[in-house]
Design a protein around this ligand. Structure first.
Ligand code: PLP
Length: 472
């Protein structure tokens, strides 16, 4: 159903199935027919698939096509009931996880660490996603600093563009995150500003490859040098770029060094469930050496339930996800990843070129596969309002207002997607001109944050929205 048709019938776009399908407040007395359930859920899945199949949705859906997804689902079903932490009953799990880690480490030039210290060897764990990978690394730095340096109140320096998972680590683990602002023209973190915030409690610096707002790679070489000078760690957040930058680089694009070739880099997160093209629910966190990884592990030796140990935040995890991730990597191979990166960059390059030719718009930094842009001439949020009516879904950026489009495989399956993108964008700029002086719909959502009061208001609204979503 189109958004307009839904609105006409007064259907809430966040609860479009209300009234169409049974809502369950409690477990049904009598179970339902399997076929019937399958039919109902297929309807939902198909309607939701229709949204990204147009190629008009930024990011979000990272997979390499229907056949690829069907293959992973088949693999998933073999191990869906297995538990990764039952290493005695399910030995295939650690076989596959150790190999995923090794393959990711090699892809990110893990062998280079031996040049600096022959005893180092990149290692890691599999987690449930980028957030957990980041949080595990932050915990490792906190605990290492406590044990090895006696630091009680650890601080970590991060660019303001770093992912909120770092701030989640502050809230969950009591690590102080020191934000360094980024600004025009390059929107990258200023290494001198980061260095100026180092004190005796600083345990690590964070940089992104690339960051979520702009897809840009921070000046990681400089951050690496600073970290070596002060003997602190560097975490590179490669959740988004970790599985695509290696191939973009191999294709000949000139991008900054972002991986274990940097001598100061001590940990890195890279999401298999983004450009690794695995199923949602897996990510890799890598460490320069096992000494640091050890601070991530957890164990209760004297629990009445037996010896309990787990390497990550999660307890049980589905073996299906591990197997599907392993299968995705082995099935695609270097050749498959290179091919995917090439198709993605072909679309992204056309979009970039088109935006550069629109006088009112300015690209942010030197984009690769995430293309972010802003405007000094029109309200970019008016442009977003217009693009929405054409079926496009951008990611809305704030402080400063901007939009981004993250190119994934679904775009590469739609011919002429870049041409249509630019055509609609040009019309969007004209629309924004005609609306000058009025408040955009997008502004109503994004205009509040940035002040203490505004931030509190936004949080109140968002939490209320969660409450609403969780109501049956
Ligand atoms: C997606 C992403 C993450 C982690 O997100 P998850 O949703 O937890 O996988 C971290 N950093 C960046 C830059 C990302 O794009």
């Amino acid at each position: 159903m189109s958004k307009q048709a839904a609105e006409k019938q007064n259907i809430d776009p966040f609860k479009p199935y209300k009234g169409r399908f049974e809502s369950y407040h409690s477990i049904p007395k009598k179970g339902r027919d399997q076929e019937d359930i399958f039919k109902e859920l297929s309807t939902m899945a198909e309607e939701e698939n229709a949204k990204w199949k147009t190629g008009q949705v930024s990011g979000t859906f990272y997979h390499a096509g229907d056949a690829h997804r069907a293959f992973l689902n088949k693999i998933f079903s073999l191990f869906s009931h297995e538990n990764t932490i039952q290493f005695d009953l399910c030995p295939s799990m650690f076989k596959m996880e150790s190999e995923i880690i090794s393959m990711a480490a090699k892809m990110l030039n893990g062998d280079a660490v031996k040049d600096n210290n022959p005893e180092d060897e990149v290692c890691g764990t599999i987690t449930s996603g980028g957030t957990e990978s980041i949080m595990m690394a932050m915990k490792a730095y906190r605990d290492q600093a406590k044990v090895e340096k006696g630091i009680k109140y650890p601080e970590i320096i991060m660019p303001h563009t770093g992912h909120p998972a770092f701030d989640k680590s502050e809230e969950y683990f009591g690590i102080k995150m020191v934000h360094i602002p980024v600004s025009a023209p390059d929107f990258l973190v200023d290494p001198a500003a980061a260095e100026s915030r180092i004190n005796k409690n600083t345990v690590a610096i964070v940089g992104s490859a690339g960051n979520y707002p702009y897809g840009l790679i921070d000046p990681l070489d400089k951050l690496s040098d600073i970290a070596l000078k002060y003997k602190i760690g560097v975490h590179v957040d490669g959740c988004l770029g970790g599985f695509i930058f290696p191939w973009i680089e191999k294709l000949g694009y000139d991008i900054p060094t972002f991986d274990f070739r940097l001598p100061g880099l001590t940990s890195m997160s890279a999401d298999t469930h983004k450009y690794g093209f695995a199923l949602k629910g897996t990510s890799v966190v890598l460490y320069r050496n096992n000494n640091l990884r050890r601070y991530q592990y957890f164990n209760v030796p004297d629990w009445p339930g037996g010896m309990y140990a787990s390497p990550t935040a999660a307890g049980s995890r589905s073996g299906g996800l591990t197997a599907a991730t392993w299968a995705a990597m082995v099935y695609l191979g270097e050749e498959g990843y290179l091919k995917a990166a090439k198709s993605i960059m072909t679309v992204a390059d056309s979009i970039k070129k088109g935006i550069e030719e629109i006088a009112e718009l300015a690209l942010i930094g030197k984009p690769t596969f995430v293309i972010s842009f802003r405007s000094d001439d029109v309200d970019i949020f008016h442009v977003n309002d217009f693009m929405k009516t054409k079926g496009w879904r951008f990611n809305v950026l704030q402080l400063p207002p901007a939009l981004h489009f993250c190119v994934t495989m679904p775009q590469t399956f739609v011919p002429d997607i870049a041409e249509r993108f630019i055509e609609d964008l040009q019309a969007g700029v004209e629309y924004a001109k005609s609306k000058a002086g009025t408040v955009a719909e997008t502004t109503a959502l994004y205009g509040l944050a940035g002040t203490i009061e505004g931030n509190q208001q936004v949080t109140e609204l968002v939490f209320g929205f969660f409450d609403y979503l969780y109501s049956v």
